[in-house]
Design a protein. Structure first.
Length: 475
């Protein structure tokens, strides 16, 4: 309303002074960017803070100063007890952006989840947002990826929202049969290629979302519901074709889709990716992928092939929204489904290869020129990948409370946490050549695990990566 707009102006810029407004904006951004203080080379610092700026641009506040906003039902609502957010590019951002916010923006994470629950209340379908923008549901991309955002926050005890209503909302979204093949997915145990588009991608992403619901149900003591979703989380096994070694679209009669080409993107049952990339999307069970590959060495060799093979021009042209710059071999970093893949080496014990590939991506695909991203930033996801990787860890599986360790690009980082504690990351003996991790210490003691838990970070402390130029001694 006009009255609301006038109140917004009076609240946000009462003085209407340009210089003062600019100074206030600079001070606010410095406070936000100061949540993580890093030191290192000029290039790394520029990339890091550019990425952090990107990451803090979305989701966006969507309400007047008095809390009023137009809801999904086109009625005027008032946000009571929370700040209302919109611009949820969830197919992208559940992977790393929202996990990043659970570390350095916990209050805003609570507000975002309350905003999603409000969206559900206003939805004629009674489900969580898919890709919401202001008073609209764009229905963009696939999955019910508000689920991992909420489940991840629940597992991390973020608080500030009703966990029972959140679980109900997740269950409602995962069982809304008319949406994007969910009815057939529940009937057949996978999304059939003859009944829904992008069927293989849907099966894989639905399976992960279902695993997240199972985790949230276990957390809140709903064992029966957890059992249902733990079974649904195994649906990825239904589309693994052992004869090709890839995930493959399956028809409703149980037969495989013919004319299958794991290098093609179009018409193969995948969205923004091909079978080579999407077949590695089982973040909740990498051990199963390793088993199917024939063990650690064969799985590692498979990943090596992904990164080193030469992709024909015709296949590059099929890659949606990106060009050659976002691709290494057949590894597509310019689209989100592969963002966890460099960290899968560590599950097979090849930690030094994770470290090598992560630096290859950070050094080669990110810079601060106008074309300095390997693809669409997608509301901060592409940048969040860099932030995590530069710090030395990454959330391969949101909802697990584990971050897989990599190799930091920063020399030091201090995370200023909302609970008043700090978590410091130090890369000892780091330089352009010393990208491999010789050993890691946590609070002065040797750290042997290839991951760090969320609660360890939030407790505060110091993690030191002892860097080396020699991959042979990388642990």
């Amino acid at each position: 309303s006009t009255e609301g707009a006038i109140k917004n102006l009076a609240t946000e810029i009462p003085h209407f002074d340009f210089e003062q407004t600019r100074n206030e904006a600079r001070a606010k951004w410095n406070r936000e960017l100061g949540r993580i203080e890093v030191s290192g080379s000029t290039k790394v610092k520029q990339n890091f803070y550019t990425s952090l700026y990107h990451a803090f641009l979305s989701p966006t506040i969507y309400m007047d100063a008095d809390g009023k906003y137009r809801g999904l039902d086109q009625n005027i609502h008032r946000a009571e007890g929370f700040i209302n957010y919109s611009t949820f590019s969830l197919w992208d951002t559940y992977r790393a952006l929202h996990p990043l916010l659970t570390i350095v923006q916990q209050k805003r994470t609570s507000d975002m989840i309350n905003s999603m629950l409000a969206h559900r209340r206003q939805s004629v379908h009674g489900i969580l947002p898919v890709w919401s923008h202001h008073a609209n549901e764009n229905w963009c991309m696939i999955g019910y990826h508000a689920v991992p955002v909420i489940a991840d926050a629940m597992m991390k005890d973020i608080g500030g929202f009703d966990v029972d209503k959140a679980l109900q909302a997740m269950d409602a979204s995962a069982t809304y049969a008319p949406y994007d093949g969910i009815g057939d997915y529940m009937k057949y145990g996978y999304a059939p290629a003859d009944l829904t588009s992008n069927s293989a991608s849907k099966t894989l992403e639905y399976a992960f979302d279902d695993w997240c619901i199972a985790r949230a149900a276990e957390k809140t003591g709903h064992r029966g519901l957890a059992g249902i979703y733990n079974r649904r989380a195994r649906s990825f096994e239904q589309i693994y074709d052992s004869s090709t070694g890839f995930m493959r679209p399956k028809l409703s009669d149980g037969s495989w889709q013919q004319d299958f080409d794991p290098l093609k993107t179009e018409g193969q049952g995948f969205i923004e990716g091909n079978a080579w990339n999407y077949s590695l999307y089982v973040p909740h069970d990498p051990a199963r992928l390793i088993e199917w590959a024939g063990g650690n060495e064969k799985f590692t060799a498979h990943l090596d092939t992904l990164f080193t093979m030469k992709l024909d021009e015709k296949h590059i042209k099929e890659s949606e929204d990106i060009d050659k710059r976002g691709i290494i071999g057949n590894y597509v970093h310019g689209n989100e489904p592969s963002h966890h893949v460099p960290y899968l080496y560590s599950f097979a014990g090849a930690h030094w290869k994770t470290q090598q590939r992560v630096h290859q991506i950070m050094d080669g695909l990110y810079d601060t020129t106008p074309g300095g991203l390997p693809g669409n930033d997608d509301c901060g996801q592409m940048s969040a990948w860099y932030i995590f990787s530069a710090l030395g860890f990454y959330p391969v599986c949101p909802g697990s409370n584990e971050y897989i360790l990599g190799s930091p690009a920063v020399e030091q980082a201090v995370l200023h946490l909302e609970n008043g504690r700090t978590f410091t990351i130090i890369a000892s003996n780091a330089n352009a050549k010393n990208i491999f991790v010789d050993s890691i210490s946590l609070n002065g003691k040797p750290h042997k695990a290839f991951y760090i838990r969320h609660e360890t970070i939030m407790a505060g402390g110091e993690m030191v990566f002892h860097m080396s130029a020699n991959p042979e001694i990388a642990k």
